[in-house]
Design a protein around this ligand. Structure first.
Ligand SMILES: Nc1ccn([C@@H]2O[C@H](COP(=O)(O)OP(=O)(O)OP(=O)(O)O)[C@@H](O)[C@H]2O)c(=O)n1
Ligand SMILES: C[C@](O)(CO)[C@H](O)COP(=O)(O)O
Length: 376
C-alpha cells in the first residue's frame, strides 16, 4: 500500500433518508452515490470501502478490484475501526476517512486536508455556523445559544495513521466522527475550510439538493476529428470496425480504419488530450498493422477514467465507393460496442463529394466525426 490510504465508510442503512434502499446505493445522475464518492477519492490513494455484510456481493460486483472491501460494524465508529485494523502493518502513514454518503467532496478539498496534515497529526474540513442558534423544547425557543467558535464538521477527516489507529483502540463508547476520537486521545486537529456542496445525504430532501448541485456541475464537451487515408492495392477496406469488400485497400501504418481514427480523435479532442498520434506514435513499430479498436477503446477508457460518459458519436464517411449504406448499421453497432455505449448513441453515415476533389477522384476516403462527452 502507498503512504496515503482512503477509508470510505458506507455500511449504514440510511434509515433517515428512506427511499427503499440504503442511500449510498441510490442513483444520482446515472451513477450510485457510492460510485461518485469512490471516484472522487481514487486519485488520492488506495480505497478501503466499508460495507454492510448484506452488501458485500453487490460491492464486489461494482467495486471489486478497485477497492479493498471490509465488513462494517454496528456503528460508524466500529466501521472505521474495522478498516483501520485492516490497514495495520500495511506501510500506511496517513489516512483520510470519509462518509460514503458525501459524494461531492472536491479534489481541492481533499488536497487541502492532505496539505494540512503535513503540519498537524489530524486535519478536518468544517464550515462556521452562520445561522443563529437556539435551544428548543416542545416546539418553542427556550434560549439563544452562542455560535461563536462553532463549526459544522465534514469529512474527509485526515490523520497520521499510527495515531488514529491508537486513538480508536483506546476509545471507549461511541463517537459522532473520528475527530471526536482523535480529540479524546489528545491529538491536535487543524480545521480546514469545508465546502457547502460537500453535503452528507441524510434526509429525503437532500437528494433533491444533490440533483441541483449536479445540474450546476455538469460538464459537457464536444470534440471533432478528421482523417484521410489513400487507396492502395487490396481487396477490402476496414471502415468503423467492419471489413468491407472493395477492389482497393486503404494505406496506413495501422489497419487504416479512417472512420474509427476520426472518432478516436474526436474523443481525444473533447478531452483536450491531443490526438491518436500522441498516444500511438506512427514511429512506434508496435502499432504497425494494429487493429484500430485498440485506439478507440483507449480513448473511450480515458474519457471514463476522467469521469466522462460518451453522450453520442456521429461519423460521416466521404467516398464515392464502396457503398456505405448497407454496412452503416453494423458499423455504428461495432463502434458502440468498442466504446461501451448503447447502440442508439452512435451514428454512421456517408456522403460522396460529387466527384470533386481527392475523394471524388477515388484516390482515398475521408472521415469526419463528432463526439460529446458528459460529466455529471
Ligand atoms: N454502522 C455504520 C453506520 C454508518 N456508516 C456510514 O457512516 C456514514 C455517515 O453516517 P450516516 O449518515 O448516519 O449514515 P446511516 O447510518 O446510513 O444513516 P441513518 O443514521 O439515517 O441510518 C455513512 O456513509 C454510513 O454508511 C457505516 O459505515 N457504518
Ligand atoms: C462524520 C460526520 O459526517 C461529520 O459531520 C457526522 O458526524 C456523521 O453523523 P451521523 O450522526 O452519522 O449522521
Amino acid at each position: 500500500m502507498s503512504q496515503t490510504a482512503i477509508i470510505i465508510v458506507a455500511a449504514g442503512r440510511g434509515t433517515r433518508a428512506g427511499g427503499g434502499e440504503p442511500k449510498q446505493w441510490r442513483m444520482l445522475g446515472g451513477q450510485s452515490v457510492l460510485a461518485r464518492t469512490v471516484r472522487a477519492f481514487e486519485p488520492f490513494g488506495p480505497v478501503v470501502l466499508v460495507l454492510h455484510p448484506d452488501d458485500m456481493a453487490r460491492g464486489l460486483a461494482e467495486f471489486g478490484g478497485r477497492t479493498v472491501l471490509v465488513a462494517g460494524g454496528e456503528s460508524r465508529k466500529q466501521s472505521v475501526r474495522n478498516a483501520l485494523e485492516t490497514l495495520d502493518e500495511k506501510q500506511v502513514s496517513r489516512v483520510l476517512i470519509h462518509d460514503g454518503a458525501r459524494p461531492f467532496a472536491s479534489a481541492d478539498l481533499i488536497r487541502r486536508v492532505l496539505t494540512a496534515l503535513e503540519g498537524s497529526p489530524a486535519a478536518a474540513p468544517a464550515l462556521p455556523v452562520t445561522d443563529a442558534l437556539w435551544r428548543g423544547e416542545d416546539g418553542r425557543v427556550v434560549a439563544p445559544v452562542s455560535r461563536d467558535g462553532l463549526y459544522r464538521a465534514q469529512t474527509p477527516q485526515g490523520f497520521r495513521f499510527p495515531q488514529i489507529l491508537q486513538a480508536h483502540r483506546s476509545h471507549a463508547g461511541d463517537a459522532a466522527d473520528d475527530v471526536e476520537v482523535a480529540l479524546a486521545a489528545g491529538l491536535d486537529v487543524a480545521i480546514v475550510r469545508g465546502e457547502e456542496d460537500n453535503i452528507k445525504l441524510t434526509w429525503p430532501e437532500d437528494f433533491a439538493r444533490a440533483e441541483r448541485i449536479l445540474e450546476g456541475r455538469m460538464d459537457i464537451r464536444l470534440g471533432n476529428g478528421f482523417d484521410v487515408h489513400a487507396f492502395c492495392e487490396g481487396d477490402h477496406v476496414m471502415l468503423c470496425g467492419i471489413r468491407v469488400p472493395h477492389d482497393r485497400g486503404l494505406a496506413g501504418h495501422s489497419d487504416a480504419d479512417v472512420g474509427m481514427h476520426a472518432l478516436t480523435d474526436a474523443i481525444y479532442g473533447a478531452l483536450a488530450a491531443g490526438d491518436i498520434g500522441r498516444h500511438f506514435p506512427p514511429s512506434d513499430p508496435q502499432w504497425k498493422g494494429a487493429a484500430s479498436h485498440v485506439f478507440l477503446s483507449h480513448a473511450a477508457e480515458l474519457a471514463r477514467t476522467r469521469g466522462f460518459s460518451i453522450g453520442n458519436a456521429d461519423v460521416t464517411l466521404i467516398c464515392e465507393r464502396p457503398k456505405i449504406g448497407p454496412h452503416a448499421i453494423d458499423m455504428a453497432r461495432e463502434l458502440a460496442r468498442i466504446m461501451g455505449v448503447e447502440a442508439e448513441r452512435v451514428s454512421v453515415k456517408a456522403t460522396t463529394s460529387e466527384r470533386l476533389g481527392f475523394t471524388g477522384r477515388e484516390e482515398g476516403i475521408a472521415a469526419i466525426a463528432t463526439a460529446t462527452l458528459v460529466k455529471t
